[in-house]
Every structure is written in C-alpha cells, then in structure tokens.
Ligand binder design. Structure first.
Ligand code: AMP
Ligand code: ZN
Length: 464
C-alpha cells in the first residue's frame, strides 16, 4: 500500500490527496525560472518544493513525470514596459538568447548544489512557439480569444466562468485600470482581458511569425501550452511561488480549462516567500543572496536546504547568515555521527522501519518537514535507540531530506602560507612561547582560520 500524500490545495483551500489521474504516474508541473539573471535563494526555496514532492512520491512508490519550464521570452518586467530578457541583454550588451543560455546553465548548477533532482524535461518557451500558437488558435476558434485592434491576440476573461477560483480575484471585483500585465487597454474588449500573443510593434528581437503577424507570446500561455502538451492534457499537481497565484496561475487556469473544456489541474500548491534578515530580497535593498554567496562564505550549500526544511513551505520564512551557519554545523555533526554509527551492527529492523515510516508520514502530511527534523534530532540524541538503528534510519530518510548525511566531512586544503603559520604556532607552543603562539592565533583568525587546542594537540577549522 502506498502512503497517502496530502497537500494544501490553494484553489479549494484545504488538504487534498495527491492522486495519479491515469493510475500510472503522477503528472507534475512547476513554473520555472525566467533566465535573465541568477536565481536567488528565494527562488530556490520554491524550486525545492518540486524536488521534495517528487522525492516523497518516489519514496512512497509512485512514478513521477515532472516538467519545469524555462521562460526565455515574454516575461514582462514589473513596470510592464520591457521584456526582462531584452532589458538584461541590453544591460550586458549580449544577444538575448546568449543571456538566456548563460543563466539557464547557472540555474541547473544551483539546483545541483542543493541536491534538487532534475525534472524529466525543461522545455524552453522559445522552443515551444508553435505549441503556443496552436493553443491560441484553438482558443480563437472556440471564442475564448480574439484579435485586438492592435494585432495582439487577447484572452476574453468573461468567456471563462470560473475566473478567480485560485486567487479569490473575481472579475466583477477587478477594477478597470488594474494593471494586469500589459497596458494596451484601448485595444481590448474588456479591461481584464490579457494578451496571449503580442504584436511585435517596434520590437526587432525575439519575435516570430504567426497567423496574426510577427510578434511574441504572452507569459501565461507558455505554461498552459507546455503543461498540457508535456503532461498529456492533464496536470495532477501544479507548483509555483505564492506571487504567481495571480494573475499568472489564474490566467493559466482560464486558458487551459477553456482549451480542454474541463478542469486541467487537480491540485495547485504555492510556496510562501523567503525573506532575508527580515526584508524582502530585492536589488534595490541590496540584499539579494545567491547560492554562490553561501559557497564564498565556505558554507555547505546544503545548509540552505536544511534551513528551508526547518520551515513549513506554506509559511513565510526569514533566512539569516546565523541560521545558515547553525545549519552548516548541524549537517557536519550529523555526518560525523553517521560515520561512527556505521560501525554498529546491532540493528532492530522493525524499530528502524517504524521510525522511517513516522518520518515519511510527516512528509506526507503536507510536507511537515520541521516535524520530521525534530524527530531526526530526537533519534540522534536517543539513549535507547542503537547506533545501528540510527544509521539505518538516517540512510533511508536521506532520500527524503536530500542532505547527504553520509558525505565525509572534508576541509579544503589550506594555502601554503597559512599551513606555515599553523606549523610556526605549533612549534611556538612546543617551546612554551605562548606570547608568540597567541600572536599567531590572532593572525590565523584574521585569515579566517579558527584554531583549537586540545589534549590531542592543535586543530583548525574555517571560521564561519
Ligand atoms: P522568476 O524567475 O522570477 O520567474 O521566479 C521563479 C520562481 O521563484 C517563481 O515560482 C516565484 O514565485 C518564486 N519566487 C520569487 N521570489 C521568491 C521569494 N522571495 N521566495 C520564494 N519564492 C520566490
Ligand atoms: Zn508558469
């Protein structure tokens, strides 16, 4: 029997079981990055959600098909004036597709550093223009979309009766003048209609031929076209950050449901935002943190993963350098312990299996990762559980946590000059010259090395 997985569905506002509608595999779609810049740690929190759910589902015995799109065209910036890709291409004096490929590569590298299992496919918007055009054509034919007087194709919001179910933003409550995505209200029939296809107008890059003239796709149509195509016309679970609830997911749902004439997504989940040291991460506040910033501070990137797991995905969380350092030390401690526990052959298999199941259950109940971590701490400290059982439990649940509990704790090689300072300090201590040894300790500290003295002699670690 597979364990029942329940997740909080944004649309019905209650826990719903995750079900494979074709009885074969779970069809999962997650909105991916817009590849005009490095993904920050907030984005990574949302990208982790897909990984946690696919790990859990596979652990429980499901097959999973997981698709995540790469937005490399059509995502307009917050001020609705310029395409994010084109703006960055201009800023870096590069071709917009070159920009896309650079940041797409870095996105995959960051996922890898956080042990985020790759999706089965990462379709790019620019490779799926035909798919989007076919879908738009279908929506025009069924009177869900129309060609505006400005040669843009618009979705007719009023043609879809269930608008607003995800976000609560019903059409009659949306005021005219509300900025949806684009500003060409004059050409639309209704103020809440949005563009599926944008006419090129003066734009010369990232444009394609279409039955409606040269232009480029809107952002929302991308996710409808890709999710329906790659997941065979139905999505069991759709994932994204909370900011995408409206208008992105509301519009995607209207498009997809209108195209297939039924509900296209069974379950919508949204991850809450990450703050950094109490504030929203933004370029203007200067507090955007990247995975590479953690590595530069010699923190294990998985300390970020652990910090995320300490918080339920549905609550806003505040990350800080202090919490990252604490997580780094905890992962190290666990790795040191698992290396010791590995030597114990005293294993009560039933006890181990019970503990593993309890932890799996926490994950299955709407990803209660804080509770699962609490259990893990309890097992680590327990006087009654044998080391052998502890080893078995940590080994099994690492498939869910993805924290590399069994990676050896290695220190980077020391540069020769620092190695030399350590040797000098050791000889100063050996000869009883404590003044010199203290001076050298201070010098090492200034270079980021913490020195410890114990019965076994002098040891060092990188200062966090
Ligand atoms: P973007 O590359 O801007 O399209 O964002 C990619 C994903 O990251 C989307 O699902 C967003 O909802 C999500 N996201 C953006 N900012 C944050 C944040 N501060 N915390 C968590 N998720 C975020
Ligand atoms: Zn999307």
């Amino acid at each position: 029997m597979k364990n029942k997985i329940e997740l909080f569905d944004t649309k019905s506002r209650q826990l719903q079981p995750l079900v494979s509608s074709d009885g074969e595999k779970l069809r999962v779609y997650s909105c991916g990055p817009t590849v005009y810049r490095d993904a920050h740690v907030g984005n990574m929190r949302t990208f982790l959600l897909g990984d946690l759910i696919t790990r859990l589902a596979k652990f429980a015995g499901y097959k999973v098909e997981f698709i995540q799109n790469i937005t490399d065209v059509g995502h307009m910036s917050e001020d609705f004036v310029e395409d994010k890709m084109l703006a960055q291409a201009k800023a870096e004096s590069k071709d917009p597709f070159e920009i896309a490929r650079i940041y797409e590569k870095r996105f995959h590298e960051d996922l890898h550093k956080l042990n985020i299992t790759p999706a089965d496919s990462y379709p790019k918007a620019s490779d799926c223009i035909n798919l989007m055009q076919d879908l738009i054509q279908k929506l025009i034919e069924t009177d869900h979309a129309y060609l505006g007087t400005d040669n843009c194709v618009y979705f007719s919001a009023q043609s879809f009766t269930g608008y607003g179910a995800i976000s609560g933003n019903r059409l009659d409550a949306l005021k005219p003048g509300h900025k949806f995505e684009y500003t060409e209200d004059g050409a639309k029939r209704f103020h809440a209609d949005w563009a599926l296809w944008k006419a090129a107008a003066g734009r010369t890059e990232m444009i394609w031929d279409s039955p409606w003239g040269k232009g480029f796709p809107g952002w929302h149509i991308e996710c409808s076209a890709m999710s329906l195509h790659y997941l065979n016309q139905f999505v069991d679970l759709h994932i994204g950050g909370i900011d995408l609830r409206f208008p992105h997911h509301e519009n995607e749902r209207a498009q997809s449901n209108s195209a297939i004439n039924k509900e296209a997504v069974a379950l919508w989940i949204h991850g809450e935002h990450l703050l950094f040291e109490g504030r929203k991460m933004s370029k203007s506040s200067g507090n955007v943190v990247l995975v590479s910033d953690l590595i530069a501070k010699r923190l294990d990137p998985l300390s970020l993963r652990l910090c995320f797991l300490e918080n339920r995905y549905r609550s806003q969380m505040d990350l800080s350098w202090d919490s990252l350092k604490a997580a780094h030390l905890l992962i190290q401690r666990w790795r040191e312990k698992t290396a010791i526990w590995a030597n114990d052959e005293n294993i009560d298999k039933n006890q181990a299996n019970e503990l593993i199941e309890e932890i799996e259950l926490d994950f299955s109940q709407d990803l209660d990762t804080p509770r699962a971590l609490q259990k893990l701490r309890g097992i680590e400290k327990s006087q009654t559980i044998s080391d052998g059982v502890k080893y078995q439990v940590f080994k099994a649940v690492d498939q869910l946590f993805g924290l590399d509990f069994f990676k050896p704790v290695l220190k980077d090689d020391l540069p020769a000059d620092l190695e030399n300072l350590l040797k000098m300090r050791q000889s100063a201590r050996n000869s009883g010259d404590f003044k010199e040894s203290d001076r050298l300790r201070d010098l090492l500290e200034k270079n980021g090395i913490a020195v410890k003295d114990s019965k076994e002699g002098q040891s060092w670690d990188w200062q966090l």
